[in-house]
Unconditional design. Structure first.
Length: 583
């Protein structure tokens, strides 16, 4: 637990922490005891920086590091009470950053600038002379202000010139932006890629958004005139297909509520409403940015009497912007802002083998999430599948419902039958995808909920120790969920309520998740040869082990490109699958 700049807190706060630092327990304002005995508490302070800025220590050749630490410790003892000081196990002093260390920091920060989305999407390389790093360190070094001052210098001397070059020139892919020191200042230069023109070629052909080619390096009024209609059509299609007008209406209503005094009265609703405003604003601003550039381009095209070089350059900038940003906006708007999803993996068929197969599928998604830097947790595992249970996995991350939408359905494993040599057996696991809703959408009337919990002692496959069983029922909807886990009862009930809300949301809004019981997603073959075949995309992988270890991006990306599953995935009927299970 990090308590940053602790000395700035009120003195009463120091006293509240005495019990925590002594016994590892903290009594909060609701008379609840918080157990922090397994925590490490780190306090940071700016005592040394304050003394340095006040000039009390006289940092320099005449002041050794030991003398500096002694003065800072003396100041700390005067500031805090003795009983507080006695509860601190150790004190670490950080000395001012040297220029050598700052140079390493500067180099790392500059690399972060180059990894920004605007440069990567444009396919532009950036070259920085070593002298630029030296210049940034020389003029960005401050013993008093440290690394933050250095970051500001990098923004001013590197980021701003790069941005100006991009705005002024809109360079094509393959261009190189060079930064160098000239006349004691950081300067920038743009190197365009070599142009290759076929002999005898006439005007460049029209390049439209969504095509794999980039627009020609030199646009003419004829090219712009031919392409503007398609550009306008695509902007309108994206706006209508992604319900931007509806989002704009919701945003307007929320902003109206925000301006009223009662908006801030209910702390429980404030944060979800602010989050909704942020999400809706991003969606609306994406389209508004396209609309503004489209309108300005149309205005330029209509001014038939003014078609000079400056007007053509301005029109070209707008046109290139639209062709570059349209596909990106369409992809970004494809994903919702739901914060994560729940996966239910249910075993079908032979109980022992099916349970193990369901666990293998759960591990596959958990490993996939880990590869992407997401958080995945197995929250419940039902050891007796006859209760319509299974393995529940929660994955945190934006846009996961859309990304994993096509994973809903049956995953079938074909493998040798251990009891009958030379024969095969088919095991199936069914996957459902549910959205993880905001807390405000999970609220349910207390008299409509029936909750029963009990202690058990069982063993699962992924959760080795199953200790709690919970059943949550919504009376008026005849809806229930049955969970078995190793969590605390209170936490398990919270998860159960969230899952019930997600299931109810899927019934009301089918587009928010996916539950296709008759859809075969993939076949995993361990009989004879080993391979994986994705039914929706026709992609086949010969590396079954890698797929079960989370390497499923090729399936997800291809499905995302096609947006909708192919009919082949629907060819298998429920009756055919039951026949497979009975073989």
């Amino acid at each position: 637990i990090l308590l940053d700049e602790f000395e700035k807190a009120h003195s009463e706060v120091f006293q509240r922490f005495l019990q925590l630092f002594d016994e590892g327990l903290l009594m909060n304002g609701a008379s609840e005891t918080i157990n922090l005995r397994n925590s490490i508490v780190i306090l940071t302070s700016n005592f040394g920086a304050r003394l340095l800025s006040a000039g009390k220590l006289g940092f320099g050749p005449s002041s050794s590091a030991d003398e500096q630490e002694f003065r800072i410790r003396e100041e700390m003892v005067q500031f805090f009470t003795p009983e507080f000081i006695n509860r601190i196990d150790a004190v670490t002093f950080f000395k001012p950053l040297t220029k050598g260390v700052l140079r390493e920091i500067a180099y790392r920060r500059v690399q972060e600038v180059f990894r920004r989305e605007g440069l990567i999407n444009r396919g532009i390389e950036v070259e920085v002379d070593e002298a630029v790093i030296d210049w940034v360190v020389e003029y960005g070094y401050s013993e008093r202000y440290g690394a933050r001052y250095l970051s500001r210098q990098i923004e001013k001397t590197i980021t701003y010139p790069l941005a100006q070059q991009l705005i002024r020139n809109d360079p094509p892919a393959g261009s190189i932006l060079r930064l160098f020191v000239h006349n004691e200042r950081v300067a920038s230069a743009l190197v365009l890629p070599p142009r290759t023109e076929e002999s005898g070629s006439s005007e460049p052909s029209t390049i439209l958004p969504g095509s794999e080619d980039r627009p020609p390096l030199r646009l003419t009024w004829a090219v712009l005139r031919d392409g503007i209609g398609e550009v306008k059509k695509q902007v309108e299609t994206v706006e209508s297909s992604r319900d931007i007008q509806l989002a704009r209406g919701k945003l307007h209503a929320l902003l109206q509520d925000m301006s009223s005094p009662t908006f801030w009265d209910d702390p429980i609703l404030v944060q979800p409403n602010l989050a909704a405003i942020g999400r809706l604003s991003r969606r609306v601003e994406l389209i508004d940015g396209l609309r503004r550039n489209l309108d300005e381009l149309l205005d330029l095209m209509e001014e038939a009497g003014f078609r000079g070089t400056d007007e053509l350059k301005e029109a070209t900038l707008r046109y290139r912007y639209l062709m570059r940003e349209l596909p990106r906006a369409e992809t970004e708007l494809l994903f919702s802002d739901i914060r994560g999803c729940y996966l239910l993996i249910q075993p079908r068929g032979r109980r022992t083998a099916a349970r193990q197969w369901a666990a293998d599928i759960a591990v596959m998604y958990s490993e996939w999430a880990k590869r992407r830097g997401l958080t995945a947790s197995v929250i419940a595992e039902e050891p007796q599948p006859q209760t319509n249970g299974g393995i529940w996995v929660r994955i945190e991350g934006q846009g996961l419902v859309e990304l994993l939408h096509g994973e809903a359905g049956v995953h079938r494993l074909v493998q040798p039958d251990e009891g009958n040599k030379g024969k095969r057996t088919v095991v199936q696991a069914r996957v459902a995808v549910y959205p993880q809703l905001e807390e405000a959408a999970i609220v349910v009337e207390d008299d409509n909920v029936q909750i029963t919990t009990s202690e058990i002692s069982d063993v699962g496959i992924l959760l080795k120790s199953l200790t709690v069983k919970a059943c949550i029922t919504l009376r008026d909807e005849d809806r229930f969920i049955y969970l078995v886990s190793d969590q605390m009862p209170k936490d398990l009930i919270t998860e159960g309520m969230a899952i019930l809300a997600a299931q109810r949301n899927l019934d009301i809004n089918p587009a928010s998740g996916s539950h296709n019981p008759a859809n075969i997603v993939r076949s995993y073959i361990r009989y004879g040869t080993t391979y994986v075949e994705d039914m929706a995309t026709n992609i086949r992988s010969d590396n079954l082990v890698a797929v079960l270890n989370g390497d499923i991006d090729s399936f997800l990306e291809e499905r995302l490109r096609s947006h909708t599953p192919k009919d082949k995935a629907m060819d298998h009927t429920e009756e055919e699958m039951m026949n497979e299970l009975q073989q």
